[in-house]
Design a protein around this ligand. Structure first.
Ligand code: DGL
Length: 276
């Protein structure tokens, strides 16, 4: 009997998760993915715990209703604020055989392997930074590390509105790079703990000393998903593999198609969706 198979769901508050999807497509081109961007309600990073949790749960349920057996929260803010509750409280009730994975754990594992000085910096949204998720995960895996954090409340908006490559945008990028580096002069590795931030990589690089490495999460998450699927053949077997991509947004379709095609460097068609 042939099993019915389903795409993998990829969720973000807006466009940021496309930096993860981009790497997923490169590493696993045969898999089908559904991307859902809650652009109408982005940014999430400045919202309260309860709101982020509710919005994320709505998105996960929507992706489940489209058949996804596995959903990646390609958003640190959602991973930090909603993942654990969804995994522990909601999944056993609504979908015990489906899985939701986040981006923080695999990122922390790599961060620990890449730093020589054991002094690292985390750049994220106010929600991710306030949650202290990176501090807690690093303390568990690498207790001897010294971690500095910096919330960058304007960066997601700079990306969503493509306002980063001008004097105003560069001012806000430099401001937070200077701030985190002034917290600890031994930092040798910075992680972009927000999936929107890789879009700012070139501008950030302009303000970073050469000896500091800058890590984005796309490849890390893609590698970790591949390992996960190897370890969980029962999930891999229900993932459809026709190389198909579908895109949904809670905002304007034409805006999404135009901006997302720049992020992914390919033309795409999106559909509108309502989350409630
Ligand atoms: N890409 C999301 C993240 O990784 C952005 C969050 C937001 O919407 O503020 O945190």
């Amino acid at each position: 009997m042939t099993k019915i198979k389903y795409p993998i769901g990829v969720f973000d508050s807006g466009y940021g998760g496309l930096t993860v999807l981009d790497e997923l497509i490169k590493l696993m081109p045969e898999y089908d993915f559904i991307y859902l961007g809650d652009n109408a309600r982005a940014p999430y990073g400045t919202r309260s715990f309860d709101v982020i949790y509710q919005y994320t749960l709505q998105a996960v349920e929507k992706l489940f209703s489209m058949g996804c057996k596995l959903v990646i929260l390609a958003c640190n803010t959602a991973s930090a604020k909603a993942l654990r509750t969804i995994q522990q409280k909601d999944l056993p009730r609504i979908a015990p055989n489906r899985r939701v994975l986040g981006v923080i754990r695999p990122s922390v594992e790599q961060l620990g392997l890449l730093s020589q000085s054991k002094h690292v910096g985390v750049l994220g949204t106010p929600g991710t930074i306030r949650s202290e998720s990176y501090l807690m995960e690093l303390a568990k895996l690498y207790p001897d590390f010294i971690v500095s954090q910096e919330a960058c409340p304007t960066w997601v908006t700079l990306v969503e509105n493509r306002e980063y490559d001008n004097v105003g945008g560069r001012y806000f990028i430099k401001k937070h790079i200077d701030a985190i580096l002034s917290k600890d002069e031994k930092i040798d590795t910075l992680i972009l703990a927000c999936t929107h931030y890789p879009i700012l990589k070139d501008e950030i690089g302009d303000f970073l000393p050469d000896h500091i490495q800058l890590i984005s999460q796309g490849q890390i998450v893609a590698n970790s998903l591949k390992v996960y699927l190897n370890r969980h053949p029962e999930i891999d077997q229900v993932c459809s593999k026709n190389g198909e991509l579908k895109f949904y947004t809670t905002e304007s379709i034409s805006d999404f198609e135009e901006k997302a095609s720049v992020f992914l460097q390919r033309d795409l068609k999106a559909q509108h969706i309502i989350l409630s």
